[in-house]
Design a protein around this ligand. Structure first.
Ligand code: SF4
Length: 295
């Protein structure tokens, strides 16, 4: 049994939906994450999550969510996946995310999901149903085109190749989906070869968008974890990172501006959108409203 933690509210209103996929609200049904990504910002001390790698669930989550959905005056898009992957291994059994999606559909809200797990495909029917009335934005985070690198930096979750397959399947279903290409790590994934390969595989998977960030973040807690993993798998990199970034929070990959220009040009060539305002606008266009006319 997973530990249950008390929670008074779950869905939080967002001040700036235009900054992040049009999310009017955000929610996390689980606490902690087992996926073990070496760069994970969510394990930073500022979030005060003890034993980050252990997953717990929010007590009475579904009844709290239903009450909140019923009470909101503004019907908007609810995002999930910012602090904990909603498709962790326990979701198979607990189906908390799936049940929350049914509630979201019942009350006519839209949904945005960020995940690295192929389990999201299980919910394609309910996602399709939500998209009949409101925006759906499914983001698969993909930072490494190469599965061998993926195994090191994102060890406990679906391989990048499996995530591309998920995108293909969702896209075939008409579900609006794309790639979160972030964070990128200098000397590992922050290079043109990797980025070009991600664009090429994204095109094959027929994704709608790629939203990039050409760097990563470090704070107390996640910095130490990242350095431990670098020492284990990429000896000598920690010292290089310390020299390049010191105590910086926001860290850019070398030649970020030049790489960003190439990224944009190549996305335009293959008609994949990458600007946040365009991604949000297209999610609204994608809503397949039922015809109300009887004639
Ligand atoms: S999936 Fe997200 S929350 Fe989980 S470890 Fe990876 S980066 Fe952190």
């Amino acid at each position: 049994m997973l530990e249950e933690i008390p929670s008074k509210s779950i869905i939080i209103k967002q001040k700036h939906p235009e900054y992040w996929f049009g999310y009017d609200y955000n929610m996390n049904l689980y606490k902690g994450c087992f996926h073990g990504c070496i760069y994970c910002d969510s394990r930073s001390e500022c979030y005060h999550i003890k034993n980050f790698d252990q997953i717990s669930i929010k007590k009475n989550a579904l009844s709290i969510i239903e009450k909140e959905l019923r009470g909101f005056r503004h019907i908007g898009v609810i995002g999930t996946g910012s602090m904990s992957d909603p498709y962790n291994p326990y979701e198979k059994e607990y189906k908390l995310t799936k049940k929350a999606l049914h509630l979201i559909e019942k009350y006519g809200f839209g949904v945005g999901i960020a995940t690295k797990s192929n389990l999201v495909v299980r919910d394609k029917e309910i996602l399709n149903k939500i998209q009949q009335k409101a925006p759906v934005i499914i983001c698969l985070t993909i930072t490494a085109a190469d599965d061998e690198i993926c195994k090191i930096i994102e060890p406990n979750v679906s391989l990048s190749s499996e995530r591309f397959e998920v995108l293909r399947e969702l896209s075939d279903e008409g579900i609006y989906c794309g790639i979160l290409m972030m964070p990128l790590l200098p000397g590992i994934t922050g290079n043109l070869e990797n980025i070009r390969e991600i664009i090429s595989l994204a095109k094959k998977a027929n994704v709608d968008f790629i939203y990039p960030s050409f760097g990563f973040t470090m704070r107390d807690g996640n910095r130490e974890y990242l350095y431990e993993q670098l020492d284990k798998y990429y000896p000598g990199y920690k010292e290089k990172y310390i020299k390049l970034f010191g105590n910086d929070y926001s860290c850019h990959i070398p030649k970020a501006n030049e790489i960003s220009k190439v990224f944009k040009k190549e996305c335009e060539q293959v008609r994949i959108i990458y600007k946040m305002d365009e991604i949000i606008a297209k999610s609204k266009e994608k809503v397949i409203r039922k015809q109300l006319s009887f004639f």
